[in-house]
Design a protein around this ligand. Structure first.
Ligand SMILES: Cc1cc2nc3c(=O)[nH]c(=O)nc-3n(C[C@H](O)[C@H](O)[C@H](O)COP(=O)(O)OP(=O)(O)OC[C@H]3O[C@@H](n4cnc5c(N)ncnc54)[C@H](O)[C@@H]3O)c2cc1C
Length: 577
């Protein structure tokens, strides 16, 4: 006899767990219990005062996109936005400073540059041809963005992604930009070198593709660095007030719909009887019954080996799960509590550099230094100083809620070897050394970045990322690497890729599933599979909610809102004058 019973029981209270619970309760009409191991819900939707009290650091997720992250929630739960699921944008979206040539390059957000003319003008200073290409792709962004919206909203099928990109490819061809199909098999680095004329643009595109989860050396990642970036980069955004606000907003929706989100409840096993999931057992022995469905949002390894158990799986599934690759997307994200925001030397030429969402600090403009950095990591070694390619940002410049009045919270990202590459003692030493290296490097670009300017620092490495057990063993931010055999309809393995498992009434989702890497839509996609199987409510079939149009409408609605806020601010300023 279980201690408590729900219609649906969700294992893990992170992004996927919370968003899936919203759908199961409101559109599936189910009673739902969410069971989270840590002291609070949110998982990767974290914003912690880790660098110093009062400074909000997004320690697990900060890079959001209007067309990837919450468009389904904005459409299906209007109060999510009202409760705080809101985004904003910096002036510059993506940028880079190159120390050797003393050049900079930036692209602008859709909020501050609705036509992308400003981005094009800036790119043209380095290459007119690259600027032209930028505008050409931006002009056909609608079919591209719709295709991407669907990648985060559809149960994957073999060949489905290629079919989705057919229309955008035709639109590009109409503009005279016919992409040779060979691009699909290029690596990101190779594609960028062919598409973009200037080394600076090549490096800017490839470094961003790294942050977005591309293994830049792996065959098959080619489209990301060319086709998608100009259409999507200007839509990059961040969560107002810290990423955890999105978890709070989701939680408020859940409370309203009667969902119970439990914390400090580590799940040990799924209870399986006659091949059917009947509930879960917590580490403390408590049993929770599930009348209709159990969903795991943990890693594929946890799902198969811990929650289900090898005795319920065939040998092919076991072998494939054992062979999953996860050692290339491992990053350090440090949070820096500062007296002053970084002031870049080259801001004398372009002041917008001081307000960038994603700013690369490169010692040179050679895109191959990104390859060298990746090779070091593949060897399990920390790249040397000359091959570091960090990205920095300072959200408090755009949103004062991130830091106490007059102070600032900056962050940096540097790719690192996997958590398993070093012992705990070695990680502790590396963390300190890396802080010193980054300060030395940052100072070359922003002279005010001295230790005197630092109030506190939180050194978050792949080793620390293991605090989220589902990111073990390597501390991979994406749980699994994005290589072709672990993508789309093959992610994590073909047998589990449709969110269903060999156990009846047991489903799996999370970053290890298609559409899951990041604080994005795999909860929604998993709901689609459950709704199909159990004949639950299907909001996407309601009039006015047809996909992809209704998702694209949300993107444009929020984009317009952001653009309108700039107009209103200018009006207010002119009234004051
Ligand atoms: C350093 C870093 C930077 C990142 N940057 C970005 C970014 O900029 N943008 C972006 O979109 N994404 C980013 N991500 C990725 C993002 O955080 C994750 O992809 C996302 O949170 C995954 O959602 P999820 O629900 O699958 O897993 P999580 O959000 O991790 O949720 C899973 C939950 O399950 C819990 N859990 C684990 N084991 C158990 C158990 N046995 N019982 C009960 N609960 C359990 C965990 O504690 C966790 O809360 C980043 C990640 C890292 C580490």
């Amino acid at each position: 006899m279980p201690d408590t019973t729900y219609d649906a029981v969700i294992v893990g209270g992170g992004t996927k767990g919370l968003f899936l619970a919203m759908y199961l309760a409101r559109y599936g009409g189910m009673s739902v219990g969410v069971f989270e191991r840590r002291h609070e819900s949110g998982g990767g939707l974290a914003g912690e005062e880790s660098a110093a009290p009062g400074f909000t650091g997004n320690i697990h997720a900060t890079m959001l996109y209007l067309h990837q992250h919450w468009m389904q929630l904005w459409r299906d739960f209007p109060e999510f936005e009202e409760y705080g699921g809101q985004v904003d944008q910096h002036v510059c979206i993506n940028g880079a400073i190159f120390a050797d040539t003393e050049k900079s390059l930036v692209t602008y957000s859709t909020k501050h540059d609705p036509t992308q003319e400003r981005s094009a003008q800036n790119i043209a200073k380095i290459s007119e041809r690259d600027a032209e290409l930028w505008l050409k792709v931006w002009e056909v962004r609608e079919p591209l963005i719709k295709a991407i919206c669907m990648s985060y909203s559809t149960i994957p099928t073999v060949g489905g992604a290629m079919a989705r990109y057919q229309r955008p490819l035709e639109a590009l061809a109409e503009k005279g930009m016919k992409l040779d199909p060979v691009f699909g098999s290029y690596s990101c680095l190779r594609a960028a070198k062919e598409l973009w004329e200037s080394k600076e643009m090549q490096k800017l595109m490839v470094r961003l593709a790294m942050s977005r989860g591309a293994d830049i050396l792996a065959a098959g990642g080619g489209m990301a660095s060319g086709l998608l970036e100009p259409a999507t980069q200007p839509l990059m955004c961040f969560q107002v007030g810290g990423t955890h606000q999105a978890a709070h907003a989701a939680h408020r929706v859940l409370i309203r719909d009667g969902v119970k989100a439990w914390t400090n409840c580590e799940v040990d096993k799924v209870i399986i009887e006659n091949g059917t999931a009947k509930g879960i057992r917590l580490k403390d022995g408590t049993e929770i019954g599930a009348r209709r469905v159990v969903i795991s949002t943990l890693s594929p390894q946890q799902l198969c080996f811990d929650l289900i158990g090898k005795e319920h799986l065939n040998s092919q599934i076991i072998r494939r799960i054992e062979l999953l690759e996860s050692d290339s997307l491992c990053i350090a994200w440090y949070q820096w509590a500062l007296h002053e925001a970084p002031k870049y030397k080259l801001a004398q030429v372009n002041p917008d550099l001081n307000d960038a969402n994603w700013l690369d600090l490169h010692l040179d403009n050679d895109p191959d230094s990104l390859a060298r950095e990746a090779y070091w990591r593949k060897l399990g070694k920390m790249p040397p100083f000359e091959d570091l390619n960090p990205v920095v940002w300072c959200h408090s410049v755009a949103d004062p809620r991130y830091a106490p009045v007059g102070k600032h919270l900056a962050s940096h990202e540097q790719f690192m070897p996997p958590a398993t590459a070093f012992s705990e003692r070695e990680w502790l030493a590396l963390k300190k050394q890396h802080a010193e290296d980054i300060m030395k490097l940052w100072q070359m670009f922003a002279p005010n970045m001295t230790w005197d300017n630092v109030i506190g620092v939180d050194s978050n490495t792949p080793y620390d990322v293991l605090r989220l057990k589902n990111m073990a063993p390597n501390g991979n931010w994406n749980v699994l690497d994005n290589v072709p055999h672990q993508s789309g309809a093959y992610r994590p393995i073909p047998e589990l890729a449709h969110y269903r498992t060999p156990i009846k009434n047991l489903y799996g989702t999370g970053s290890g599933w298609s559409g899951g890497g990041g604080t994005v839509g795999a909860g929604y996609m998993c709901y689609k599979a459950i709704a199909e199987d159990m004949d639950l409510g299907k909001p996407w079939l309601e009039p006015g909610k047809e996909e992809p149009d209704s998702l694209y409408e949300q993107v444009i609605r929020v984009e317009k809102k952001l653009q309108q806020s700039v107009v209103e601010k200018k009006l207010q300023q002119s009234v004051k004058v």
